[in-house]
Write a protein that binds this ligand. Structure first.
Ligand code: SF4
Length: 415
């Protein structure tokens, strides 16, 4: 599956790394008003960090690495009583504040206050395993109504980047094309769609778990579950699912695994179109130019852009000489203008779709993480993977997976 769908050598390897990255991951609270199935963080009521501690963390990020944006996550950051001060503190450092929220506490009034404080974008986590009070037992398709509500709120306030993420499980994989289609219809107000593949410590994994030299029980961790579930869906499987409905769907850039150069831990696709028609997918050179130009201009790599830029799809066509994907988009767009010149008055928009494949457990006991992890958070002043922070909180060190059978010679494929 891995290389039959996409060849990593033909894609642009995103230049993000430990000290120079597009984003960093700030957690001002672990408290949340939902209990999502695939969440990595233990929900701790009242765990809000004081504003001066949060400010220190922002300064530590700034000292340790370049970050174009900071994801303000948690928990749900809108539960933090000083959320406006946090957004302002990030913005005052010249970093884009991006709020990662389930949206439950967002009102128009708060949104306007957040805009005044400098919020740059939102990533709304919405999927069918969140137990949302008024949205229980809804499918991913039915939840599009809720997604649209938030996208329209942001559009009304204006020029705030709008992203959605959803966790993908074995039984919700089939809905991914529906979300891809929905996002295309709202390309004017939805800038990014993110699909995060479900991971957990499940009983069928053939490992013993060790913290330091001690065998441990993983069950206290929020990402340990007692039932057998698939935790090995990989990005190419999602691409194959999307291509059943959108055969032309073509990723352009990726981050590999720390143990697997040909794994797509972050797999990025960019497309250009209108609400009525997607004209095509940008290629690797487009992304290379965008990342390089942004880095030359600002000293930072790029993750989020405001609608005022993403609606400049026509200007992006100027990169046609450099990028085959953009050339094809320009060709189709010009043909459509010849058929109906009135299309010239419709905006041409850029939209990103990201597939994230978190930790992979390999047969030999290694755990392959995202090489150049953008979602690094802080623990005792050090950058650590936010998706595995509970291990440090509970055991004081990373948990190691030791094969129960002598699989060390068994290679580094998935068990
Ligand atoms: S390593 Fe974990 S925290 Fe980092 S990007 Fe991958 S899934 Fe996210």
């Amino acid at each position: 599956m891995q290389n039959s769908v996409i060849d990593h050598r033909k894609l642009y390897r995103l230049p993000w790394n430990l000290s120079d990255n597009a984003i960093s991951w700030l957690e001002p609270t672990s408290a949340c008003n939902l209990a999502c199935d695939g969440c990595y963080r233990e929900n701790v009521a009242g765990s809000h960090k004081p504003l001066d501690v949060v400010k220190e963390e922002i300064e530590t990020f700034d000292r340790l690495r370049n970050s174009d944006g900071i994801s303000i996550a948690g928990g749900d950051p809108l539960m933090h009583p000083d959320i406006l001060g946090i957004v302002r503190a990030v913005s005052d450092m010249g970093i884009k504040p991006i709020i990662n929220t389930n949206g439950g506490m967002l009102t128009m009034e708060l949104l306007r206050e957040l805009k005044k404080a400098g919020v740059y974008g939102f990533t709304f986590h919405i999927d069918s395993r969140q137990g949302r009070p008024k949205w229980k037992n809804k499918t991913e398709i039915e939840l599009n109504e809720l997604r649209l509500l938030y996208a329209e709120m942001l559009a009304e306030v204006g020029n705030i980047s709008c992203s959605f993420n959803s966790t993908v499980y074995e039984d919700t994989l089939k809905y991914v094309p529906d979300l891809v289609e929905w996002a295309a219809k709202h390309i004017d107000i939805v800038n990014v769609m993110v699909f995060i593949l479900y991971r957990a410590a499940v009983p069928q994994l053939p490992f013993d778990w060790y913290a330091g030299g001690k065998k441990i029980d993983m069950s206290p961790l929020v990402y340990s579950v007692a039932d057998q579930r698939r935790v090995d869906i990989k990005s190419p499987e999602v691409v194959a699912e999307i291509r059943k409905r959108f055969p032309d769907f073509t990723p352009c850039a990726y981050l590999n695994g720390t143990e697997k150069p040909d794994h797509f831990k972050w797999l990025l696709t960019g497309r250009i179109g209108t609400k009525e028609k997607i004209y095509g997918y940008v290629g690797p050179k487009f992304m290379e130019v965008m990342q390089t130009m942004h880095h030359i201009g600002t000293g930072k790599y790029l993750a989020y852009e405001k609608p005022s830029l993403t609606r400049k799809g026509r200007s992006m066509l100027l990169l046609s000489p450099l990028d085959k994907g953009v050339r094809e988009i320009a060709g189709r767009y010009l043909s459509s203008l010849l058929m109906n010149p009135l299309r010239l008055f419709k905006g041409l928009h850029y939209q990103s779709l990201m597939i994230i494949q978190p930790v992979d457990f390999l047969q030999n006991g290694l755990q392959s993480m995202c090489d150049g992890c953008p979602d690094m958070t802080l623990w005792n002043g050090e950058l650590v993977w936010s998706c595995r922070l509970e291990e440090l909180k509970h055991f004081g060190c990373w948990v190691r997976t030791v094969p129960q059978h002598n699989n060390c010679q068994g290679g580094n494929s998935s068990p």
